[in-house]
Design a protein around this ligand. Structure first.
Ligand code: SF4
Length: 365
């Protein structure tokens, strides 16, 4: 690989879903899988224009996110990865992740994904409780999620990640710890734990507005986060980002680029990019994207924007931020309150600080 080539993290958005989940406000479209071939054509055209614009690009990580990228057939995935390899220089040890919904994979498809060069699978499990899965509007059962994880391991995915959600309506602590234990019984190297966020316009938000008592209170939600951190730590998973836990060496290299504000190029409908200090996003309209619409307005970041992003993203991670960047008086106050600590020139939130991360960030930006 040419050492002078610009290196990026490559993100490709595949916005197709079998059905819309009750809590989801991502750019994703149910019932449009017949448009996948045209979408792959359009992606190839976008790849060609990206390298025309930036010159040759090398990717150390590729992330196929969605939507539900695993709705692609094995053949469609081979075609997509073939195009990626044709237009970009992919590092031999690149981390290549695909997000998968357990309701959309079988052993055969997983084997073809592996052959196509995918080496990391991120399974959207959310819960191992069938009642909660139904309430979330997921298309799979707990058993199907376990089967998918085991099939993935058998297909050769040694780098397997699960997404879990907590603070769900009607969820109690024992349902959450049961989900954590069932996740830990699977051959996984990485686990993400996200608290449910009520997004405007979703059926989930309407459900909670009508039945606010269903939502676990703040104290229980924080307790669930503590329980995850404790149980995962006992099994060797370290919390390298506020919502992400990994066994040593299995941190998501792709997501670390986002948190470190490295260059990333997003392709596909609604995909976001940060290239050479400029942020931009593609149209969120599937029609528009297929018809050839490109990125909307670019956002050239000011020094103030860069500072705020650095603090907001850096404090989410165990790496923290350079202490010298932060206002000394406010940093001293936060350290005095036990919410932050400085070590080796890096400032990080403590465990207590992680519980009130947004307040800590607000104090610094
Ligand atoms: S599978 Fe993911 S992207 Fe699709 S609707 Fe559900 S949460 Fe949204």
């Amino acid at each position: 690989m040419n050492g002078d080539m610009k290196r990026v993290a490559l993100y490709i958005h595949l916005p197709f879903c079998a059905r819309k989940c009750a809590y989801c406000d991502f750019v994703s479209f149910p019932g449009q899988t017949d448009r996948i071939p045209a979408y792959l054509d359009r992606l190839a055209r976008e790849m060609r224009s990206a390298v025309g614009w930036y010159g040759p690009l090398a990717a150390d990580t590729v992330f196929l996110g969605g939507g539900t990228p695993s709705l692609l057939s094995g053949e469609q995935m081979k075609r997509l990865m073939g195009d990626v390899g044709r237009f970009f220089e992919i590092a031999p040890d690149a981390e290549i992740t695909v997000e998968a919904n357990p309701g959309t994979v079988d052993a055969e498809k997983l084997a073809v994904f592996r052959e196509a060069g995918i080496n990391r699978l991120s399974l959207g499990v959310q819960s191992f409780d069938d009642g909660l899965l139904r309430r979330l509007g997921r298309i799979h059962t707990a058993r199907e999620a376990e089967d998918a994880a085991r099939m993935a391991a058998e297909a050769g995915f040694s780098n397997l990640s699960l997404d879990l959600m907590y603070a769900l309506p009607g969820q109690n602590m024992s349902q959450w710890t049961d989900t954590l234990e069932r996740a830990l019984d699977l051959p996984v190297k990485h686990i993400s734990c996200y608290s449910l966020i009520l997004e405007d316009g979703t059926p989930m938000k309407a459900l909670i507005e009508a039945n606010p008592e269903l939502l676990p209170d703040e104290e229980i939600a924080v307790g669930m986060q503590h329980e995850a951190a404790r149980r995962l730590a006992e099994r060797g998973f370290s919390r390298y980002e506020i919502s992400n836990y990994a066994l040593p060496g299995f941190e998501s290299r792709h997501n670390l680029v986002y948190w470190r504000r490295g260059d990333y190029l997003g392709l596909g409908c609604a995909a976001h990019s940060l290239m050479n200090g400029i942020r931009f996003a593609n149209t969120p309209s599937l029609e528009g994207y297929l018809a050839g619409e490109g990125a909307g307005e670019a956002d050239v970041l000011s020094a103030r924007d860069v500072y705020e992003e650095t603090v907001m993203l850096g404090l989410r991670t165990r790496e923290g931020v350079e202490a010298a960047l932060l206002p000394p008086d406010r940093l001293a106050r936060l350290c005095g309150a036990g919410l932050m600590a400085v070590d080796g020139g890096r400032a990080r939130v403590t465990e207590a600080g992680a519980d009130v991360l947004n307040a800590v960030i607000l104090e610094l930006v």
